[in-house]
Design a protein around this ligand. Structure first.
Ligand code: PMP
Length: 453
């Protein structure tokens, strides 16, 4: 069965920038596709909002029934420069016509080298750097651990409460939350330890500031792992899946300084926060933290699968020749897309745009919170904002309310995502190409939903 589209399948910013509902959500064509999915795709692969997409761009996702939804998710922080961004589309089309794959480990090509040079230049710190490219965030995280182990000759890795680093075996071990990411999938990779995170909303009242939270974590690390055994500390500068937890000021610098003092590799997992999302090119920059290794993916290539580890040359060069790689890592199409993304971030002023979007979202969410005591916390940075929903006056999570609000938002044409250890955080990650009027409309709709939920 083929699907007849009621919209032309051409995406990009030229799509009408409007919220338009012409059927219920999901519509009949999407429902037919969902039934086919049930018969064809593993039921373990879930879909949060089963509208099947025909085109996307600017700030909208258009489905196969002709509905146009406001995109506040960017495919989980991937299409930061916009879906089918014209620069990306053009660069990828040209690369497809030239060659699609040779394998960089067999016969290399310039795009890979140019992406590496650019990442070495753009990532925090002016030390000598090297980069290696991979396919997914999880794969890059695993390789960062391999590099840190090679460099230090040590094995242990520390990750944090609420952390998320992927779904492969080693990254499941690094990820905190059992359901749905880990449950039933063990045994997990050994020599992974967990330390307490700085979580200001849940630490409030305890007098634990950023430095105290770092001491709390370091104490656990020293007593339960021992610095002499520790290869790497792996942390998201702002946690993504764990609930957009922004650590208290001082936490990341104190941890990084402790790592430096103890010969431990400090790895920033910027898979979700990287590439202008937070109003800096990288979230670490906000406190002047310079990671030894930085892991990037998602926003790097406008939707094409690409990931990278970038870091100190002596660390990146520590594994033996041939120790890092993979058939598709740094695929030429993904590299062409990434180079176009880097151009777009600069030429379109996307770091500033993320800050503007952040200001608008923070204002709207703070106003919502003032009117609704179930919004316990408003947090995030730049175009990465969230609200944590709780029983009024407490930190008791309200996952049921979160689900109700998300479902109502979906029904009214907003693509919003839920996250958080307790499933009680609504997160907002619009593409930076979203026009202001759609952002305003989205939060007007959300305001009404809170009044009615
Ligand atoms: N690290 C972080 C911080 C992430 O947010 C994610 C994906 N949500 C990953 C790693 C894993 O990336 P991928 O899904 O591309 O493997």
């Amino acid at each position: 069965m083929t699907v007849t589209l009621t919209q032309p399948a051409v995406g990009g910013p030229q799509l009408p920038q409007e919220r338009r509902l012409v059927t219920e959500i999901p519509g009949p064509v999407s429902k037919r596709l969902a039934a086919r999915k049930d018969g064809a795709v593993s039921s373990a692969v879930g879909t949060m909002l089963p509208v099947y997409v025909a085109a996307a761009g600017g700030g909208v996702v258009v489905d196969v029934d002709g509905n146009s939804l406001i995109d506040l998710g960017s495919g989980i922080a991937v299409t930061t420069v916009g879906n089918s961004n014209p620069r990306v589309a053009e660069a990828v089309a040209a690369q497809v016509a030239a060659f699609t794959h040779t394998c960089f480990m067999v016969t290399p090509y310039a795009g890979y080298v140019e992406v590496a040079e650019t990442l070495n230049r753009l990532t925090p710190g002016d030390h000598d750097k090297r980069t290696a490219l991979f396919n997914s965030g999880a794969e890059a995280v695993e390789n960062a651990v391999k590099i840190a182990r090679s460099h230090t000759g040590r094995q242990a890795v520390v990750a944090f409460d609420h952390g998320y680093h992927g779904r492969t075996n080693l990254t499941m071990a690094l990820t905190a939350k059992s359901m749905p990411y880990k449950s039933g999938f063990g045994p997990f990779a050994p020599e992974v330890y967990r330390a307490p995170m700085s979580y200001p909303f849940r630490d409030s009242g305890s007098g634990i500031d950023g430095e105290a939270a770092a001491r709390r974590a370091i104490d656990v690390i020293e007593k339960q792992v021992g610095a002499a055994n520790l290869a790497a500390v792996m942390i998201e500068p702002i946690q993504g899946e764990g609930g957009f937890v922004v650590p208290a000021p001082g936490f990341l610098p104190a941890l990084a300084a402790w790592c430096t003092g103890n010969g431990v590799v400090f790895v920033a997992d910027e898979v979700q926060t990287g590439f202008a999302r937070t109003g800096d090119l990288f979230a670490c920059e906000n406190e002047g933290v310079v990671p030894d290794l930085i892991v990037t993916a998602k926003g790097i290539a406008g939707g094409l699968p690409l990931a990278a580890v970038t870091g100190r040359a002596e660390m990146m060069n520590a594994p033996h020749a041939g120790g890092l790689g993979g058939t598709y890592g740094g695929n030429p199409l993904a590299c062409a897309a990434a180079l176009a993304v880097f151009d777009s971030i600069e030429a379109d002023g996307l770091v500033d745009r993320a800050r503007q979007i952040g200001t608008t979202m923070a204002e709207r969410l703070t106003a919502l919170q003032a009117a609704d005591p179930r919004i316990g916390d408003v947090r995030g940075r730049g175009a990465m904002m969230a609200i944590e929903l709780v029983q009024p006056g407490t930190t008791e999570p309200d996952a049921a309310l979160t689900q109700r609000v998300a479902a109502a938002a979906h029904a009214q044409g907003l693509v919003v995502l839920v996250c958080g250890t307790w499933g009680n955080v609504l997160r907002f990650l619009p593409p930076l190409s979203i026009p202001d009027h759609l952002l305003v409309e989205a939060f007007n709709v959300l305001e009404q939903i809170f009044k009615q939920s």
